[in-house]
Design a binder for this molecule. Sequence first.
Ligand SMILES: [Zn+2]
Ligand SMILES: [Zn+2]
Length: 400
Amino acid sequence: MRSYRVDLHVHIGRNSRGEQVKVTGARDLTLENIARRARTSAGLEIVGIIDCASPRVIRDILELLDSGHMTELEGGGLWYSSPEGGGSTVIAGVELEAELPGGCTAHYLCYLPTVAAVREFSREVAKHMTNVHLSTQRVHLSPRDLASLAHSLHGLFVPAHVFTPHKGVIGGCVPRLAQAMGSDGLDLVDGVELGLSADTYMADTIAELSRYTFLSNSDAHSLPRLGREFNVITAEAPSFNELAMALRRQEGRRVTANYGLDPKLGKYHLTGCDSCGARFSLPPDAARVCPACSSTRIVVGVADRLAAIADSPTPHSPPHRPKYHYQVPLQFIPGLGPARIAVLVKAFGSELSALHDAPEPELAAVVGERIAGLIMQARSGMLQLDAGGGGQYGRVSLED
Ligand SMILES: [Zn+2]
Ligand SMILES: [Zn+2]
């Protein structure tokens, strides 16, 4: 067995013909660019692309299979051979907005083992939605229906960014998964995605979640954001079946580490005011008004939501829970733009190795002592952060 770096939430902007898949996604965020960049720049061995129900994306997959750039793995998943040598495994997935009986909608992820299963899934969900070509569309199915459909095709079901006020099932709809899935539907959940504004320790204040493997994924809408959160799994091979076993912690396979943003850097950590932009913390029993401008147009942050609904104020992590490592992605380091990041990737092989492994003197030789110092502080969790909220990312603070 060995370790693999895995990011299971990456969007597609356009297909290879330039047709839109995710309207807010970058133009160069194509299936092939993601597969190629996953390994060579971001340092990921497995990447989950979650707009694969779109017929525009399915056509790209079929063309890559035809040309021999991609092959279906025996254990499920798609192997992409990079022109630079090596390659990465693509796990085909789908993010959809499903609705609860009361009408509240949230995002859910399904992952499928084969291209045949992806096509079947796409045909089925297309009957319940307006536009299957675009990313993360509303489907007139319940999350439970979606989970059953994924499982009927030997797929996996994972509620996405569960705590976010924007389309997270626990953050925006119901305080417990059992209310969304039905108590006998909890077995249909294969893992829980934490989202950028929460970490393991915040999530482990809810007892219902302790049975699940947590996933820290990037939710990337552009190539530089690949791997800004990722998971390390221990498995025999980079295949779909091995990933499924890791999520279910079977036969020694498991997620052995989560790497994610400090939740303070997430867009929804603090409560934010839509009217004046103020960010603040709102005690559970306080009125939902902005302390700065008295507006009631506020977005309750993940920290405040969890404080209000938690079973206990402190986390109770189960023995299987791996460590959550905080990382400040290079894009957040003040003074590091795309050009210097490219230089770091060239020097150290990937953004992740520059961020986590490169020795300080070698970093300094490439980007200077000041930035090398900031990267070292990021690595040890010593950077001061201004918390994000209300849809604005947090920032590295350079003031004392
Ligand atoms: Zn989403
Ligand atoms: Zn306000």
